[in-house]
Design a protein around this ligand. Structure first.
Ligand code: FAD
Length: 300
């Protein structure tokens, strides 16, 4: 590992390499143990860093804005690569937007609205990066990335760039092929439709109000903890199981939105995991429905 640090320094300035970095500083849950190595990269550094990690056999974990992540208390061994603030350029061309994977969805939605382009209103309040949104096929209020994505530029396991079309991405409910193929999203193109700016902003404002009213945005969380089981709503099942407000340590099933587990203060990942298990068991016992976490659980 000490060699790895020396090798890393050859491709990224030393001051940008953090050792034993608390992952709670990089997740919206505000939970997570330390990453051995942590870097936030730009487009040129990314392939070089992957090559170094591969040569030194250091495992790599990619994160975007950390808004769908539960990092375990033991932290993450190896290198965490954040695709964020150093990869966030947004370009408009005709009715399309091409943006780097680290650009926040909220910023892209705003840029679209400013240009009188409709289609991303649904995404304006999703606190993720474009890369994370492609991986998750993020969606809300009747919209999802699948409806607007033209293509994504990815790096494959050999560090080669590929362009995947919407079909290639194999997008379905909170799923794409990115994770199983081990790809890294570096850029994506979205196609939108011209519309009156006022209408776009009004729609975004309506969604913002609905989120504020329904979601416990005053507490750290990773959004909906569970995927929507077919034919049901996770929040409703949890409520009907009598679990609203149920808690373990600092983790609680939000009383405002039963589909969210929130960090009420100093929750550990273990608190959240135990609560998730309790909820899964009780919902299954009462309704024979298997809840599957939407949140990605990483680390050890
Ligand atoms: C308050 C709140 C509300 C939310 N509301 C919604 C909602 O309405 N709809 C919805 O769909 N989600 C919602 N989410 C969840 C989350 O914002 C989305 O899943 C988002 O798309 C995750 O993006 P991210 O950049 O934060 O990804 P991260 O959480 O950092 O990562 C998620 C997964 O993607 C991978 N990944 C991230 N970037 C890349 C990349 N560039 N290349 C390869 N892999 C990558 C990571 O390894 C991880 O497996 C909400 C979350 C919060 C906290």
């Amino acid at each position: 590992m000490s060699n790895f640090l020396e090798h890393l320094k050859q491709v990224i300035p030393e001051e940008n390499i953090r050792l034993n970095e608390p992952m709670k500083n990089h997740t919206t849950f505000r939970i997570g143990g330390n990453a051995d190595f942590f870097v936030s990269v730009n487009r040129e550094q990314l392939p070089q860093i992957l090559t170094v990690a591969k040569q030194d056999e250091v495992p790599v974990t990619i994160i975007g804005n950390g808004s769908n992540l539960l990092v375990k208390d033991g932290g993450i061994r190896g290198l965490v690569v954040e695709i964020g603030k150093d990869m966030e350029d947004i370009q408009l061309h005709e009715n399309c937007i091409t943006a780097s994977a680290g650009a926040l969805l909220s910023k892209i939605a705003r840029a679209a609205a400013d240009a009188g382009l409709s289609g991303l209103e649904f995404a304006s309040g999703i606190p993720g990066s474009l890369g994370g949104a492609v991986v998750m096929n993020a969606g809300a209020y009747g919209g999802e990335m699948k409806q607007v994505l033209v293509s994504a530029r990815v790096l494959d396991k050999n560090g080669e760039e590929r362009i995947l079309s919407n079909e290639d991405l194999d997008l379905s409910y909170r799923h794409s092929c990115i994770e199983e193929k081990g790809y890294i999203v570096v850029e994506a193109t979205i196609r939108l439709t011209p519309k009156e700016k006022e209408q776009i902003f009004a729609e975004m404002e309506d969604i913002r109000k609905r989120r504020l009213e329904k979601q416990p945005l005053e507490f750290p969380s990773a959004g909906s903890t569970f995927k929507r089981p077919e034919g049901y709503f996770a929040g409703k099942l949890i409520q009907d199981s009598g679990l609203s407000g149920a808690s373990v340590g600092g983790a609680q099933v939000s009383e405002k939105h039963n589909g969210f587990v929130i960090n009420k203060g100093n929750a550990t990942a273990q608190d959240v995991l135990t609560l998730i298990e309790n909820v899964k068991k009780e919902v299954y016992r009462q309704f024979q429905v298997e809840l599957v976490p939407e949140v990605k659980i990483v680390g050890e």
